[in-house]
Design a protein. Structure first.
Length: 167
């Protein structure tokens, strides 16, 4: 290998395309903009990728159907009995805050669901929003107790209607 030829053919800086500099350049006269038209003049904005030349855009031609559950769906942390057995000691109280500290239910959610996968060998007091049938049976069988935390109240639908005044 000859070190004097290492950089042959490698352009570190490519020169800018100089448009409108005469017919010999290949980009003279109309400066590669074509003749006339909306985008031939200076200052004309290039169209966005959704622009279809004045034709009704595709996203407006498509029918809008269906709905999203996003407005009312609730996100729950799912915790199994086997995970509780590993993370907590005998006689502990398990609540959403203690689950967060143990790393079993991190991040924002609407509640905790306790499911019955795995075995429980300790007596625990478990507080959560939902228990599966098998999970509640396993906790009670070991002498523990379950406590269902009530969910948030339903929002008031019509806020414009004045409250009824009792006489």
């Amino acid at each position: 290998m000859d070190l004097s030829t290492v950089h042959h053919g490698v352009n570190k800086r490519t020169q800018k395309k100089r448009v409108g500099r005469g017919p010999g350049s290949g980009h003279g006269k109309t400066a590669s903009r074509g003749s006339k038209g909306q985008y031939a003049s200076a200052g004309a904005k290039k169209p966005s990728f959704t622009f279809e030349g004045g034709q009704m855009p595709l996203f407006r031609r498509m029918p809008k159907r269906g709905f999203s559950h996003e407005t009312w769906d609730k996100k729950y942390h799912v915790v199994n009995i086997g995970d509780l057995d590993k993370a907590f000691k005998d006689g502990d109280t398990v609540c959403p805050a203690s689950l967060d500290r143990a790393g079993l239910a991190k991040g924002p959610a609407d509640g905790v669901r306790v499911l019955g996968q795995g075995d429980l060998s300790k007596k625990l007091v478990v507080k959560a929003q939902h228990f599966s049938k098998s999970a509640s049976e396993k906790i009670i069988a070991k002498g523990g107790s379950i406590e269902i935390i009530p969910g948030p109240k339903k929002p008031v639908r019509n806020k414009m209607k004045p409250p009824k005044v009792r006489a």
